[in-house]
Design a protein around this ligand. Structure first.
Ligand code: SF4
Length: 174
């Protein structure tokens, strides 16, 4: 929950710097949409039908962040080369397997790398990712038994982004 206030306010460091300069009268800067901080977002939360069932998880509270941020949609599983729809998958330690028993770790790793590169390319320092996904989950994920059992853990992309210094929260946090 620690990252919630910065995600919900337009008082980001960049915006504060711009408005602060104007108040002091030393420099007048127009805050354009490009001055909004970039925010990586799971594409399914913005209505893209890219989840494993071919559906989405659209959240109005996440879409509303567009008022204060440049939203950068990403679906790591699609970026990793997986089709939509696709078999459900879960993490088993460092591996990812789907419900058919196929090892799909490489695709998940490619997707995670793509998300990290996108964060770097756009300057995104924060991300709002879909909760409980084997890619995007940031606090809990399913335990690899395909029994709908959650345990503490993070998805492959959430872990890679955090390792790259990106703050990751879920739609439940905004
Ligand atoms: Fe949504 Fe992430 Fe799953 Fe793509 S990989 S469908 S963005 S939760």
């Amino acid at each position: 929950m620690s990252g919630i206030p910065p995600l919900l306010t337009d008082a980001s460091p960049g915006l504060r710097a711009a408005s602060g300069a104007a108040v002091r009268g030393t420099t007048v800067r127009v805050v354009s949409s490009q001055a909004r901080p970039a925010l990586l977002v799971s594409a399914c939360l913005l209505g893209t039908a890219c989840n494993h069932e071919g559906g989405h998880s659209r959240r109005a509270t996440v879409e509303a962040l567009a008022a204060t941020h440049r939203l950068i949609p990403v679906c790591p599983e699609v970026c990793g080369g997986l089709s939509t729809p696709r078999p459900a998958a879960e993490r088993r330690g460092e591996r990812v397997v789907n419900v058919n028993g196929d090892d799909v770790t490489a695709a998940y790793a490619r997707g995670a790398q793509a998300a990290v590169e996108l964060a770097h390319a756009t300057g995104a320092r924060r991300a709002v990712l879909k909760a409980r996904s084997p890619s995007c989950g940031s606090a809990q994920i399913y335990d690899g038994t395909f029994s709908r059992t959650l345990h503490a853990g993070e998805g492959v992309t959430a872990a890679a982004l955090r390792a790259a210094g990106v703050e990751v929260v879920s739609e439940d946090d905004v």
